[in-house]
Design a protein around this ligand. Structure first.
Ligand code: KG4
Length: 338
C-alpha cells in the first residue's frame, strides 16, 4: 500500500511516500526556520503562507522522484492535529483535494503519534507495547503505547514543552532560533554544575513535569549577570540548563517504565536529537537492563515519512475521514477524534 503523506503542523512543509507502513520511498522536507529566525520564533501567518507556496511542488516531487504515477497511490495521510491551526489547515486542505482527485481514502494522523512512529521506520524490529517519552517543540509527554493506535498519557508537562524551553533558554543566551542544537553546541564546553537550576516536581503526580520555573531561572541568571556588568558564563549556563532538563525527563520516564513493567523505552520528537538526553537515556537503560530506541537525527524533527508510517497503522485500525475533516490546534494523543 503506497501512502502519500503530508505534514504542515508547524514550520516544516513535508511530503513523503511510504510503502506498507515501514518502507520510505521518498521524504521531502522544506524548512522555514530561516524565515522565522529573524523573529526569534515561529510566526504563524508566515508559516501558513509559506506552506501554501511549496506544498504542491513538494508532494509532486515526493511522488515523481521515485518513478511513481499518481495512480500508484493508495491513500493520502495528513497531520490534522495538534499544531498551528492555519499551518495545519493548509496540509489538511491539500490532502483532502489530493484524496478526492485520486479517489483514495484520506487518513488523519495525530502529529505526536507520528513522532513515535518515526521509530518504526528506523527500527524494523520495534513493535508496541513500550513506554515512550515524546519531546518536541509543542509537546512533552510520557506515553503508554499499548498498540499502534492504542495509547494513553502517563505523565506530561503542566506548562511549557521541553523544546519550547530549549528555544527560550537559547534566545536568552543570544542563540538563533530554533535554539535546541545551538544550545547543545554551546553546552559542549560548559560545566554542567556551574549554575544551580530548579528541578520542579508536580505534587501528587510523580510522572508530570514543569519547565516554566527552569525557564525563568535561566532568564534571571542572564539578567543578573547583565545587571552586575560581569561576564555571563554562557557555556556553563547552557550545560546546567541541559542537565536540568535531562534530569527532569530521564528519571521520570525510567520510573514509569519500571512501574508499568516495560523493558522497552522509546524516545521521540525534535528534542530527542539532544546529545545529553540521548546519553543519559543510554546510561540509564544500560544500568536498568532496558532496551532503548531513539530515532536517528534525520527522523527526530518534523517529517512526513513518520506521518505515512502512522497513517498506515491508523488505516489498518479503520481510521479514515471524509471531506468534512477539520484540523485541531490541540488534541490529546489518547483522545484522537477526527
Ligand atoms: O519535533 P519538532 O521538529 O517539532 C515539533 O513537532 O514541535 O521539534 C522542534 C524542537 C525545537 O524546539 C528545537 O529547538 C528542538 O526540537 N531541538 C532540539 C535539538 N534539535 C531540535 N532540542 C534540544 N537539542 C537538540 N539537539
Amino acid at each position: 500500500m503506497n501512502i502519500l503523506a503530508i505534514e504542515s503542523s508547524c514550520d516544516e512543509t513535508a511530503a513523503a511516500v511510504v510503502r506498507d507502513g515501514r518502507t520510505v520511498l521518498s521524504n521531502e522536507i522544506f524548512s522555514q526556520a530561516d524565515m522565522h529566525a529573524l523573529y526569534g520564533g515561529v510566526v504563524p501567518e508566515i508559516a501558513s503562507r509559506s506552506h501554501i507556496t511549496v506544498i504542491s511542488r513538494l508532494a509532486d516531487e515526493a511522488v515523481r522522484k521515485v518513478g511513481l504515477l499518481k495512480s500508484d497511490l493508495d491513500a493520502v495521510a495528513v497531520t490534522a492535529a495538534p499544531g498551528l491551526i492555519g499551518a495545519l489547515l493548509v496540509g489538511v486542505n491539500f490532502a483532502k483535494g489530493a484524496a478526492l482527485a485520486l479517489g483514495v481514502p484520506l487518513i488523519p494522523v495525530h502529529h505526536v503519534r507520528g513522532h513515535i512512529a518515526a521509530n518504526y521506520l528506523a527500527f524494523p524490529e520495534l513493535e508496541p507495547p513500550f513506554l515512550c517519552l515524546a519531546i518536541s517543540g509543542g509537546n512533552t509527554a510520557i506515553v503508554d503505547v499499548r498498540g499502534y493506535t492504542d495509547m494513553s498519557i502517563v505523565g506530561a508537562t503542566v506548562d511549557d514543552a521541553a523544546g519550547e524551553c530549549f528555544d527560550k533558554a537559547a534566545r536568552v543566551l543570544g542563540l538563533p532560533y530554533p535554539g535546541g542544537l545551538p544550545l547543545q553546541r554551546l553546552a559542549e564546553g560548559g560545566d554542567d554544575t556551574a549554575f544551580k537550576l530548579p528541578h520542579a516536581h508536580v505534587e501528587g503526580h510523580p510522572y508530570d513535569m514543569s519547565f516554566s520555573g527552569l525557564k525563568t531561572a535561566v532568564v534571571n541568571a542572564a539578567h543578573t549577570a547583565a545587571q552586575k556588568g560581569g561576564d555571563l558564563n554562557r557555556a556553563g549556563l547552557a550545560a546546567s540548563f541541559q542537565r536540568a532538563v535531562s534530569e527532569t525527563l530521564v528519571p521520570r520516564t525510567m520510573d514509569a517504565a519500571r512501574d508499568l513493567g516495560y523493558d522497552t523505552v522509546v524516545v521521540a520528537g525534535g528534542v530527542a536529537a539532544n546529545a545529553r538526553i540521548r546519553a543519559d537515556f543510554e546510561a540509564a537503560c544500560r544500568r536498568e537492563g532496558r532496551r532503548l530506541f531513539v530515532p536517528p537525527l534525520r527522523l527526530c524533527g518534523d517529517n512526513a515519512a513518520m506521518i505515512g508510517c502512522q497513517g498506515y497503522y491508523e488505516y489498518l485500525a479503520g481510521v479514515t475521514a471524509g471531506q468534512e475533516l477539520n484540523a485541531y490546534a490541540t488534541m490529546d494523543i489518547d483522545k484522537v477524534r477526527f
